[in-house]
Structures are given as structure tokens and as C-alpha cells.
Design a protein around this ligand. Sequence first.
Ligand SMILES: O=C(O)c1cccc(C(=O)CC[C@H]2O[C@@H](n3cnc4c(=O)[nH]cnc43)[C@H](O)[C@@H]2O)c1
Length: 235
Amino acid sequence: MRVLVATAVPVERDAVARAFPGPFEEVRLPGATLRRAAGHDLLAVGVGPALAAASTATALTVAALEGSPYGLVVSAGIGGGFAPQAPVGSLVVAEEITAADLGAETAEGFVPVTGLGFGVVTHRPPESLVREVVSATGARPGTVLTVSTVTGTASRAAALRAAHPRALAEAMEGFGVAEAAAAHGVPVLELRAVSNPVGPRDRAAWRIPDALAALTAGFGKLAPVLESWNPYDDQ
Ligand SMILES: O=C(O)c1cccc(C(=O)CC[C@H]2O[C@@H](n3cnc4c(=O)[nH]cnc43)[C@H](O)[C@@H]2O)c1
């Protein structure tokens, strides 16, 4: 099965790449360059859900047109963790990938786009795969929120917790990657290594090297799971 791993930025892609033996073949796509190794294609898709969706859709379309479609898309990278359930350095795997700020603000509060009669706000990765990822990597299973604005206050963090009690982490690409995967009928997974707590902004406190090391270690354990995973286990 071909797997597409979509990170936001090149340093995250390179952290994933360190889990695989090289060498990597470079494949130019419109707007991005794939690193290809042992059935896994690694792509830095850009920051935020819109660019992530566009880049992921491009890679999925190219693979489909080549007659060699992907069997799984993995959104991966660093993320903010909701304390105390997802401490810095821990791994989180999404049971649900939810767009937390896609909707409308009203006098009665936030209404998701589904409440306005449009689209979806949540994608669910295959349950059997999430179970296997938890068991192989020790990742904590829960909701991973996709936000367009990084949370920077305690009050916003509390509001997200209240609206999404199962949220363990937030990042900026998962929902975009999942929308592209869904358009192609391909299952999706999201794995985040926690670099910072969700809450008051303190960029100096982000532990990015620790999170990138956790991402590399997580993918080292994840690769054999992905190679043996049978998509039909979920049907
Ligand atoms: O500055 C660096 O060295 C560096 C290295 C790797 C990654 C970055 C990023 O800024 C990645 C941005 C990426 O990270 C996700 N992220 C991380 N923490 C949060 C958060 O608290 N809330 C939302 N997103 C977060 C996000 O997916 C960004 O795309 C920098």
C-alpha cells in the first residue's frame, strides 16, 4: 500500500524521513517536492488547512493519474497539547479530526458549518488503524482539532475544551489533509507530537526539537504498522 505523509513544514518532513532508511527519490509536483522511500511519500504541504488541502489533493491526483493511488494519507507533525492529558513530548493520534473554527459566530455562540447546512466538520480515521497505532507507539487517542489561528489565551483554550471535551491536541492542517483524502476516497490518519501546551502564547517555551524527536521515534514504530494494516479490517 502506498502511503502519503503530509507535514506542514520541511523540518517536520525531515523528522519523519529520519525514521526510514534512505535513499530518497525526489519527485517534483506542482507547488511541492515529494521525498519517496520504501512505499512512503513524504510531502511538506504548507501551514494551514487551505494550503494543506491543496497540496495533498495535488499529490493524490498525480498518484491516481499515474495509476498508482495512495491507500492511506497521514497528517503528521508537531502540535499543541491540552494539559494534562497531552504533555509536551507526548504523541497523540486522532480518533477524530475536527475543524474547530469552521462555522459562524452568532449571538448564541459558535455554530459549526454543519449547523448552517454545509459540509462536514469531522473526519474519522479507521478505528482498527488507530488501535494499532496506540498499541505500537503509545500515542494517546483523542480528538485533534484543526485551527486556522493558534490558540494564545487561557480563555480560548478553555472554550475549545468545553466545545470538544475529547480534544487532546490542536494543529493547523489535519482537517485540510482529511478533506482532500475524503474527496479521493482514501482513509486518513493524524499523528501529532506535542511541542507546546495549548494556552497562553509563549513561543520561547515551545519544545520543537523534543517534539521532532518524538515524531521520528513514533514513525519508526508506525512504519511496520502501516505496512501490515489491512483497510478491510474496518468494514
Ligand atoms: O521554528 C521552528 O524551528 C519550527 C520547526 C518545526 C515546526 C515549526 C512550526 O511552526 C510548525 C507549525 C505547525 O505546528 C503546528 N502547531 C504546533 N503547535 C501548535 C499549536 O499550539 N496550535 C496550532 N498548531 C500548532 C501547526 O500544525 C503548524 O502548522 C517551527
